[in-house]
Design a protein around this ligand. Structure first.
Ligand SMILES: *Cc1c(COP(=O)(O)O)cnc(C)c1O
Length: 366
């Protein structure tokens, strides 16, 4: 049985280092808002290439705190519009709506699977304040055109970097390309903790300090509350684990790229469409597309290969967003109907990759 993602096997690769880092936290007697978190924040900011990193509870809260901080700073207010790709994970949109901002869903390009930069400008209205780009599947969504458009219309450019830790755009990394970025360290992400964790990266000192205050009960100095904040933080144990795994991230991503290259070169089946490969993609997810997706998933399962679907129901068809249900987003809907994610991560052996390719190539030809 080949699991979609074997987290134990991934973390076993760094077992001794992780145990030592956790033991140091245990022995320190200090479990929240301490030196281990500060050290990880510095390392992560250095890695991403931003001046500031503020740890927080998870990826959803990272995005939500960025928007909330912009509201506190008077950059946007309730009812303003935020442009976002229609095919993202729902958390990106939840961060917008929980701040009482209005999500404006834009279709992806069917080949790159990223927000279609040719469609963004026509979605801009006088109420638009920000564009959230999502580096979906580990592929960079940023383009020069998006950068120019944001400058031209004075829009904040926010990156959802939950799926793309370590992804390059030229000599920079995703997470440093816009005004601020939200990161998730959910266990299954490319940089994953052993529980929930997240972070905001930015070069904007004022934004970083408001995000930090908001996540700490709105506190500027101990027991002085200027903002109505919340509690959103990385704990020292997660920061210690993340600091270890950050050192191995580039190597893990290179292995993902190696596996993805083999998939791209060797999967040859007219019933299965392979995505165009983005050169610097870090393949958080390797998606394939098929008109007979459900049969393909069942076939792989029967033959011992676990897969997932990212994502089976588009956001505008979810019950919680009934107000969006009349939108027509045919590309997004088609992707939801045809997408299948096959295993692609650093713990896989060459043998497993070969087995998966063999199965995909024999599908429908028996
Ligand atoms: C995982 C994910 C999130 C949410 O991160 P959590 O840490 O689970 O809250 C947000 N956006 C995208 C694109 C994600 O994949």
């Amino acid at each position: 049985m080949i699991k979609y993602l074997d987290l134990k096997r991934i973390n076993d690769q760094h077992d001794a280092e992780i145990r030592q880092a956790m033991d140091e936290v245990l022995q320190s007697g200090w479990y929240l808002r301490g030196n281990t978190t500060t050290r990880f924040e510095h390392h992560f900011a250095d890695y991403i290439g931003t001046r500031f990193c503020v740890g927080c509870g998870n990826g959803l809260e990272a995005l939500s705190l960025i928007l909330r901080a912009y509201i506190e700073l008077g950059v946007m207010k309730e009812g303003d519009e935020v442009i976002v790709p229609a095919n993202t994970f729902i958390a990106t949109v939840l961060a917008i709506t929980e701040n009482r901002l209005v999500p404006v869903l834009v279709e992806p390009d069917a080949e790159t699977l990223q927000i279609d930069d040719r469609l963004i400008e026509q979605a801009v209205t006088p109420r638009t304040r920000a564009v959230v780009i999502v580096h979906l599947y580990g592929r960079c969504a940023y383009t020069e055109r998006i950068g120019e458009l944001c400058r031209k219309h004075s829009l904040k450019l926010i990156e959802d970097n939950a799926q793309a830790h370590g992804c390059h755009y030229g000599d920079r990394l995703t997470g440093s390309l816009g005004d601020a970025a939200g990161h998730s360290f959910y266990p299954g992400k490319n940089l994953g903790a052993l529980g929930d964790a997240g972070a905001v990266t930015t070069d904007d000192e004022q934004l970083a300090s408001v995000v930090a205050a908001l996540g700490n009960y709105g506190c500027s100095r101990k027991y002085v509350h200027d903002l109505e904040g919340c509690n959103s933080r990385i704990d020292e144990l997660q920061a210690a684990v993340l600091d270890v795994k950050l050192r191995h991230l580039d190597k893990a991503n290179r292995r993902r790229q190696q596996i993805a290259a083999r998939y791209t070169e060797t999967i040859k089946n007219p019933l299965i469409h392979i995505p165009v490969s983005g050169r610097d993609c870090v393949w958080h997810i390797f998606p394939v597309f098929s008109e007979c997706r459900n049969e393909l998933q069942a076939y792989l399962k029967e033959n011992g290969v676990e897969t997932q679907i990212h994502y089976p129901i588009p956001i505008h068809k979810q019950r919680c967003y009934e107000s969006l249900s009349s939108l027509s987003l045919p590309i997004t809907e088609r992707l939801c109907d045809t997408e299948l994610s096959i295993p692609c991560n650093q713990s896989m052996t060459d043998q497993e990759v070969t087995e998966i390719v063999g199965l995909l190539n024999s599908f429908g030809r028996l």
